[in-house]
Design a binder for this molecule. Structure first.
Ligand code: SF4
Length: 324
């Protein structure tokens, strides 16, 4: 955070590429950070809007500790403004119902609920990266898995620091340049920052990628996956668009379109899933095709994994089990 020269009451936030110039007491575009006496900081420290127990698969993580029951936590605010956001009631506001919870109390809550991990999700966690890091540091000391669901549109150094405390991350690649401009209302060139951060994540932590397949923008999802291929090969999750927020008049993505895209991408990527409540998703051994894992919606319904090996041919699988 930098004070603006010649304008002592203004400060610049450098957490994300918006680089908001903030007058004293003003919120940034994300509605989560504020200029407080020349320091840009989180407006509502330790604020939690949501805390829900559920399977790690709900976060778009299929290849890390399958079936783990984790506590999913949200706050408020976001630095993107996606027209299809299903969490707009918390992502596009500065305040909502919730409670203040110090990092140690949140970790105690997760332990008390017998969760195996903590996920930051629902709104963009990294606009409140200080809290995420404090919680993840304590969570790891309590043997909890640390999970991040993010759009990855933040400063590269902050992103790398958070990844060092993160066991697995799912990054939402919203689409191609056109989708970032028309649907998410950010500078399209910022997609390059997201791709750069995906590359960083892949070096520091287990990484999976989600791509929404938006009605009328289906070809853009294909283009996004093609651009991602230059960064690396990840487990991919195609998200079915469901009308919401500012895109209520659009139809849900056709299942046929999703299946065609899935088959196309399976020529490049090893694992391409369609994340949707009514879908069954299988993971098979790439060598002998033995069924390894199966999920009904986000619920793990079959687990044939022997540590991280195929039970039939013994080949090591691209699935990580946290060793405590
Ligand atoms: S994190 Fe928020 S306040 Fe900071 S630059 Fe981004 S949008 Fe602006």
């Amino acid at each position: 955070m930098f004070p603006v020269l010649g304008a002592p009451m203004q400060s610049i936030c450098t957490v994300c590429p918006w680089k908001c110039v903030l007058e004293e007491g003003k919120l940034g575009r994300c509605k989560a950070r504020i200029n407080n006496n020349g320091n840009v900081q989180v407006a509502n420290p330790n604020f939690i809007s949501t805390a829900i127990l559920g399977p790690i698969e709900q976060k778009g993580i299929y290849h890390f500790h399958p079936g783990a029951n984790i506590l999913s936590v949200g706050g408020v605010g976001c630095n993107l403004f996606c027209g299809f956001c299903q969490n707009f009631s918390i992502s596009q506001v500065a305040k909502t119902h919730g409670e203040t919870m110090a990092p140690k109390d949140l970790v105690s809550l997760a332990v008390g609920k017998k969760a195996e991990g903590i996920a930051f999700t629902y709104n963009e966690p990294l606009i409140n990266y200080e809290y995420v890091m404090d919680v993840f540091d304590l969570a790891r000391r309590s043997d909890l898995i640390t999970v991040l669901k993010t759009a990855g549109l933040v400063d590269q150094h902050i992103f790398a620091e958070v990844c060092r405390l993160t066991d697995c991350v799912n990054i939402d690649l919203k689409g191609d340049y056109q989708v970032y401009r028309e649907i998410c209302h950010v500078d399209p060139s910022w997609m390059d920052i997201v791709l750069l951060n995906i590359g960083t994540a892949s070096l520091l932590t287990h990484t999976e990628i989600s791509i929404p397949v938006i009605t009328n923008y289906e070809d853009n999802a294909r283009e996004a996956a093609n651009l991602l291929y230059d960064v690396g090969i990840f487990p991919l999750h195609l998200l079915r668009f469901i009308p919401d927020f500012k895109m209520k008049k659009f139809a849900p993505t056709s299942m046929k379109v999703l299946e065609i895209l899935q088959n196309y991408l399976l020529e490049q990527y090893h694992y391409v899933y369609i994340d949707f409540a009514e879908m069954t998703n299988e993971t098979r051994c790439l060598s002998c095709k033995e069924l390894i894992l199966k999920r009904e919606g986000a619920k793990l319904s079959y687990n044939n994994l022997k540590v991280d090996l195929c039970p039939r041919c013994g080949k090591k699988q691209d699935i990580k089990i946290k060793v405590k």
